[in-house]
Structures are given as C-alpha cells and as structure tokens.
Design a protein around this ligand. Structure first.
Ligand code: C5P
Length: 225
C-alpha cells in the first residue's frame, strides 16, 4: 500500500496584538529559543515519517526569522508569506507543491507549541472529511444579545476547538477555492462552509494552549516540564 503523503501547515503570520509585546508571540522566547522553533520541532518529531512542513510567516518578519535560525542553528522548513487574515495565510500555504500533492493536510497554529505524540496520533487518524481536537469548556458561558444584555449559555453542549486540525487534502484544497467569510476562525469552519462537514471530534489536550497573553509563556513552560 502506498504511504499517505502528509503536509503540515504551520501558520505564524499573525501580529499577536493581544500579546502586547514588541514582537509577535510566536517569536518570543520559550525558555532559550523562540516559541515557533518548539512548535516546528515537535511537529517534525510527532508528525509522521516523510511528512512535509510548510511554515507561514509574515514577509516583514523574514529577516528576523532568518537571523533567529542562524543564531539557534535551526533549519527552517519551506517558508510561505502570510496574508491579512489567517484564512489568506492558509490559502497561500495550500498553493505550495507540498500541500497540492498531499493526501492529508494538517493546519496548526504556530503559537501552540505544546504538541504531543498522543495528540498528533489522535488527530492524524483522519476518517471522514477530517479530525479536529476539542476540549470541554470549564468556564461558565454567557451569550451576548443584540440589545447588549446577556443570558446564560449551556456549556455542556459547547467545546473549545484547538489545532492541529487534519483534513483530507482534496477537500481542504476545494474548501479554500471558495470565497472568504469573516466567520472563518479555523479550518474546520472553512471545510463546513464548503459542505465537507463529516468532521470527527477527537480529544484535544488542555495543555495545548495558544500563547495569546503575556502570562501564557509561563504556563507553556510549566507544561513542557
Ligand atoms: O489570531 P489568532 O491567535 O487566532 O491566530 C491563530 C494563528 O494564525 C496564529 O498562529 C497566527 O500567527 C496565525 N495567523 C496567520 N496569519 C494571519 C493571522 C493569524 O498566520 N493573518
């Protein structure tokens, strides 16, 4: 049987405005090297033999990333430049040869460095149109109404969605030929809008945090120990 061709897209072209630092969060130090290097290394380790990685960064950050790679003796994966939205960044990566020829494509946020083997194995067992990792919501939830009031929402029927998300390559490529919607916050939402909605939910990992606010670096370091 032919081995499946796998392409992992790591999106890291965001500006990270909520992080409040001079640099976008994915370039900040996690221990002694940038967050993004931890993410890429773990994807290389747990993403499957022969898998290709496409890294999406902002063109403005290219010099900085090249300098960091030299300083840390880090070999960068194939680089693609991002766009104004996450959707555009993924679409640019899908145009690469690696993604065009892949049977399975995963998309992962560069700002989530705590990928584990167990999580990758769960997500990569793609059946149906794709697999997405989710976790239960622990906070109580409220829905904001159009008139500004709010009401309690039932958290037992809600899940928080993480990355990496894995999809059948042909379906993700098709989904990204359709027009953009501001409702696309991840790739599962793009797939669904294209009618590819047989998405299996698998257990995510509460440790798989997206570094978003300054204190998150400390939390990620704790999860790495
Ligand atoms: O903004 P948010 O935290 O949801 O971004 C999720 C991921 O998408 C981050 O890793 C970020 O770098 C990436 N992104 C991107 N291009 C954009 C916006 C976000 O690659 N234009």
């Amino acid at each position: 049987m032919n081995q499946q061709r796998i392409c992992h897209i790591i999106v890291a072209a965001g500006s990270g405005s909520r992080f409040g630092a001079r640099l976008p969060k994915q370039y900040c130090l996690l221990g002694n090297r940038p967050v993004l290097m931890e993410t890429i290394d773990r994807m290389r380790r747990y993403g499957g033999d022969g898998a290709e990685i496409v890294l999406v960064i902002s063109a403005d950050m290219r010099h900085l990333w090249d300098d960091m790679c030299e300083q840390h003796k880090f070999v960068t994966p194939t680089i693609v430049y991002g766009g104004a939205t996450r959707w555009e960044s993924v679409r640019n990566a899908i145009a690469t040869t690696a993604a065009q020829s892949a049977d399975v494509i995963t998309v992962h946020d560069g700002a989530r460095p705590i990928i584990t083997r167990q999580l990758m194995d769960r997500v990569m067992a793609v059946d149906g149109d794709g697999c997405i990792p989710v976790v239960e919501v622990t906070d109580s939830l409220r829905r904001i109404l159009p008139d500004g009031r709010s009401e309690a929402a039932d958290r037992s029927v809600m899940r928080a969605v993480q990355t990496p998300q894995a999809f059948r390559g042909d379906m993700l490529r098709h989904a990204y030929t359709l027009p953009y919607s501001p409702a696309f916050t991840d790739d599962a939402s793009v797939m669904e809008a294209a009618g590819h909605n047989a998405l299996r939910l698998v257990d995510g990992d509460p440790c798989n945090i997206k570094i978003t606010r300054p204190g998150d670096i400390e939390i990620a370091l704790m999860h790495m120990r």
